[in-house]
Design a protein around this ligand. Sequence first.
Ligand code: CMP
Length: 140
Amino acid sequence: MTVQKTLSILKPDVTRRNLTGKINAKIESAGLRIIAQKRLWLTRAQAEGFYAVHAERSFFNDLCEFMTTGPVVVQVLEGNDAVAAYRDIMGATNPANSAEGTIRKEFAESIEANSVHGSDSEENAANEIAYFFSQTEIVG
Ligand code: CMP
């Protein structure tokens, strides 16, 4: 087991429905610590920059549009194998395929408004964390 950091985003469908506490309770119950956190209203340019890896995908425009419809909460999670541990509790990207007990199964509205984002590798986690946080904002 390795102690890792991963980036978590609580998406606009979460802030709109006042679910940030419920979702973070699940994250903390799973043993992950929130070691940095901020609430932001992403600009279009910030959303496009963050999701640049998906720029050629058919859903890119709608995804960036959705991510700017309201505030998000960006946060850094730390824990044992945090990248995989967080992905496990998030559940599959499409809530129709998410396992019982996962965040997306319980809260997601659709594949787009799927409540949470989590980094998919340790390398991407480092890049995604640096996209939103400076080192001094991360307090383990
Ligand atoms: P996320 O983990 O934030 O990474 C990219 C997002 O694109 C994904 O969650 C989904 O919310 C969104 N998305 C919308 N349509 C699709 C799709 N067909 N396949 C994958 N991701 C999609």
